[in-house]
Design a protein around this ligand. Structure first.
Ligand code: GRF
Length: 199
């Protein structure tokens, strides 16, 4: 059985959605460890409540390469096969990405390549798009880049606020992240350049 490592920085709702799908057997995997750069992250507390090992590694004063070596150590200690970023607010170093090449996923609350970076839902409203959504992609060392695995679209309504739009997108995030993880766990894909072909 494959072992997932979850990296997060905050609320942890995507982690919860994944943990639910592990618990109900949709994902044939276990969550080996949840790691946060923020000790106060709600996601860590949620993991502990579920009896999942939860580790905080504060980044203060460490440069990225050094920090990522701590991360790698913890992930290897726990025998992690696939790393899932779930609201993890740090860029990964090239060294980290090389070590887990094509074995790191991220979820982003926009239809990439539109609106990478922070506050994607706010960016979408400001821009005035009529459709937004979310993207699960493989992670490289660049921000919200890397081959796209799955996307889901949602409408943007005239009376949307950041909160209402975020809520509509989040529902789709919770659905497609587990779908994408399942595809990767089962090897039902191949990567050709930037394109991920699903089998
Ligand atoms: C989600 O919107 C995710 O797409 C983005 O950060 C947010 C994390 O939310 N990367 P949560 O911590 O999973 O609730």
């Amino acid at each position: 059985m494959k072992r997932l490592g979850i990296l997060l920085s905050g609320r942890g709702s995507n982690f919860e959605a994944i943990a639910d799908r592990v618990a109900d057997g949709y994902l044939e995997a276990s969550i080996a460890v949840v790691i946060s750069n923020r000790p106060e992250a709600r996601g860590l507390a949620l993991a502990r409540e579920r009896g999942i090992p939860a580790v905080s590694i504060p980044a203060k004063g460490l440069d990225r390469e050094v920090y990522d070596r701590f991360l790698l150590h913890e992930l290897h200690q726990n025998g992690v096969d696939l790393v899932c970023l779930a609201g993890y607010m740090r860029l990964l170093s090239a060294g980290f990405v090389r070590e887990f090449a094509n074995r790191i996923l991220n979820i982003h609350p926009s239809l990439l390549p539109a609106f990478p970076g922070l506050d994607a839902q706010h960016q979408a409203l400001e821009y005035g798009v009529k459709i937004s959504g979310c993207t699960v992609h493989f992670v490289d060392e660049y921000l919200d880049a890397g081959p796209v695995l799955l996307q889901a679209a949602v409408p943007v309504y005239d009376d949307d606020t950041v909160e209402t739009l975020s809520g509509r997108i989040l529902k789709e995030e919770h659905r497609i992240y587990s779908e994408a993880i399942r595809i990767v766990l089962r090897g039902q894909y191949r990567i050709e350049g930037r394109r991920v072909m699903l089998k």
